[in-house]
Design a protein around this ligand. Structure first.
Ligand code: ADP
Ligand code: NI
Length: 199
């Protein structure tokens, strides 16, 4: 096996173990999609394709939303990346990229890799898959589908999902976002049409 393949194999195994019980839209397949999208965007942006793919795979491992011990997980991730023989510089680049990825942290990525992985992650929050994930996340937190008190999943569309298309960094991600955004709007309108006693 080629070294890059071996590295990805180890990473996938680790990610699979870590997220195997997730029901909040942050499962192995989310990491898989974000890794693939990161790779595709990196190809178009002439960025480091392999490092972007790696960062895509591991991007949620140190998210404060998903773990209660960020420092411990960061240490474990650093150990994994050094075990598979990424250089210190590469490890630093991956950690820096994924430290800034989360929407909820409200910080802008400081590197091209960070921008690419953030775009990939956000693309997975819109479109049909984005809709599916939003309601999974809502269910995992016991949130109702509809409501007007800031606690329902449908309100998350206005709070966050509709804003995503204008917050992307790369040209290719913006292209992919157009169709996904249109679908979100369509879904939202139809949802409100079907909900009883509104309008
Ligand atoms: P980020 O760190 O940018 O929020 P993640 O990949 O960690 O990105 O997770 C975002 C996913 O979780 C999206 O699919 C999003 O719709 C969903 N999500 C986050 N907060 C909420 C919420 N309050 N209601 C419904 N879905 C949510
Ligand atoms: Ni994510």
């Amino acid at each position: 096996m080629e070294i890059i393949e071996k590295q990805l194999h180890e990473i996938k195994h680790y990610v699979f173990e870590t997220f195997s019980h997730d029901v909040s839209g942050h499962d192995y397949e989310h990491m898989h999609r974000v890794a693939q999208l990161s790779r595709k965007i990196a190809e178009k942006e002439a960025s480091d394709v392999h490092l972007c793919e790696v960062a895509g795979w591991v991007h949620d491992l140190i998210d404060h939303k998903l773990t209660d011990d960020v420092a411990k997980n960061k240490k474990a991730l650093t150990n994994l990346l050094s075990k598979i023989k990424l250089s210190d510089k590469q490890i630093q680049a991956v950690i820096e990229a994924i430290d800034t990825v989360s929407f909820s942290k409200g910080v802008l990525p400081t590197s091209k890799i960070g921008q690419i992985v953030q775009d990939a992650d956000r693309l997975d929050a819109i479109g049909a898959i984005g809709v599916a994930r939003a309601f999974s996340f809502g269910a995992s937190r016991g949130r109702p589908l509809y409501g007007t008190n800031g606690q329902s999943t449908i309100e998350h569309f206005d709070h966050k999902l509709f804003k995503i298309k204008d917050q992307l960094h790369t040209t290719y991600a913006k292209q992919l976002a157009t169709e996904r955004h249109q679908f979100l709007e369509l879904f939202y309108q139809q949802f409100l049409k079907e909900w009883p006693d509104i309008n």
